[in-house]
Design a binder for this molecule. Structure first.
Ligand SMILES: Cc1cc2nc3c(=O)[nH]c(=O)nc-3n(C[C@H](O)[C@H](O)[C@H](O)COP(=O)(O)OP(=O)(O)OC[C@H]3O[C@@H](n4cnc5c(N)ncnc54)[C@H](O)[C@@H]3O)c2cc1C
Length: 381
């Protein structure tokens, strides 16, 4: 990470807080309204080391471990969920390349990804394939020295600006992960607009019409696409969304506490009305518990603990559900102003709602976390 932003003695979270307050949060409303993420901000995120913050120093990254990276993601989530989304998808795909790429693939891609010169998007979802990723319909047909891809990907965050895509396809029933380059003949990228939340995340639909991808672009073994490569990426994505969503809860609390202290009704600040106080208390509890779950997941991830993936899913599920409740309460606390674009809380509610869908929906987590509960993890806390 460059030292441009803050002195060496400050933590990564301090540096992120300063960067987000100066460079990101002031643009958040415009990014949401215009549904566009500014190119200069992508450049600044790369130059200041945020896009490669969690990649190893060996490849030019910042080398942050999860304990330090989590609070960085919280700062970005506080300021702008679309910016946090860029960090999420770029890092989750890069981490999959780091884990399953061969030396040549790492040499070729990781330095560019760490510096932000290269942006990678994650292309798994299809019009008819969402939660059940094993059912991918995009086909990969083996051809001399490579694969020919045909199909369609949808909801690809930052697909409009990425130059690389970690794309998943089925080859004779075996799920493959491949790195697809933007200028590949047969690839058409179509912008998605008028999305409910994270509206600045440059969402794209990818049309793959007999796109040739060389065998050397395959990441991992021929049948490792979903079970290993996608699941590794999604695990990193869940951690990122969990921590970023804690930032949304904190942003709601910032707005609500200031508004409740200032707004007078019945001759007193509304912060003195009992039911408004209930909203502030619930928000504080939500922030504290979601933050604690993210910290616990971060520590387990840093230690390589086998419970890390399940605890990360727990943190993501809890943070997203808590953020939706808190943001919904925030809109109520601001009354009519909660429905005005002059205040950020309706954006927080829309962005929090997205966090409950991506990287595993609420219902998928409700089902999968029960398996973890049956292991009685509290007996081994
Ligand atoms: C803003 C945004 C950004 C996104 N970015 C990306 C991206 O960068 N890359 C990418 O690949 N995808 C991305 N997605 C897609 C996202 O990952 C999917 O929306 C998500 O996986 C859910 O899939 P689906 O929307 O097809 O819903 P479905 O899987 O069709 O689910 C519909 C409903 O059925 C429920 N359901 C499904 N299966 C079960 C089950 N077994 N048991 C119980 N209930 C079930 C779900 O919980 C949900 O309520 C993005 C989505 C959004 C909204």
């Amino acid at each position: 990470m460059t030292d441009g932003a803050v002195s060496e003695s400050s933590t990564a979270a301090d540096r992120a807080r300063r960067f987000v307050r100066e460079m990101v949060e002031p643009l958040a409303e415009k990014i949401d309204r215009e549904q566009h993420f500014p190119g200069q901000l992508v450049t600044a995120l790369g130059e200041q080391g945020w896009l490669g913050a969690a990649l190893p120093a060996r490849w030019g990254g910042g080398g942050l471990d999860p304990v330090d990276f989590g609070p960085v993601l919280e700062e970005f989530g506080w300021g702008c969920a679309s910016a946090r989304t860029l960090l999420t998808v770029h890092n989750m795909a890069a981490q999959a390349v780091l884990r399953y790429g061969n030396e040549e693939q790492k040499r070729r891609h990781l330095p560019g990804l760490a510096s932000g010169r290269s942006i990678i998007a994650f292309a798994l979802t299809e019009p008819d394939v969402g939660s059940d990723a094993n059912a991918i319909g995009t086909s990969a047909v083996e051809d001399a020295g490579g694969y020919v891809l045909s199909g369609e990907k949808i909801w690809c965050s930052f697909g409009c600006i990425a130059n690389l895509f970690l794309v998943f396809a089925s080859c004779n029933g075996k799920p493959l992960a491949l790195i697809l380059e933007r200028d590949s003949p047969g690839l058409k990228i179509e912008r998605m607009t008028d999305v409910f939340g994270t509206r600045g995340s440059e969402l794209a639909r990818l049309h793959l019409d007999a796109v040739r991808v060389p065998t050397e672009n395959r990441i991992g073994a021929p049948n490792a696409g979903i079970r290993f490569v996608a699941n590794t990426a999604l695990d990193h994505g869940r951690f990122s969304v969990a921590c970023g969503t804690v930032g949304i809860i904190r942003a709601c609390l910032d707005t609500c506490t200031a508004y409740a202290a200032r707004r007078q009704q019945g001759g007193v600040p509304i912060s003195q009305h009992q039911l408004v106080r209930r909203i502030l208390t619930d928000g504080l509890v939500a922030y504290t518990t979601a933050r604690a779950l993210c910290d616990r997941a971060a520590r387990l991830r840093a230690a390589g603990d086998p419970r890390a993936a399940a605890e990360t899913a727990l943190a993501k599920y809890h943070s997203a559900e808590a953020a939706i409740r808190v943001a919904n309460d925030a809109v109520a606390l601001l009354g009519a102003n909660g429905c005005s674009s002059e205040f950020p809380v309706s954006r927080y509610l829309r962005d929090a709602t997205v966090s409950g869908i991506i990287e595993g929906t609420r219902e998928i987590h409700q089902i999968s976390l029960a398996s973890y509960a049956l292991q009685k993890p509290w007996t081994n806390a």
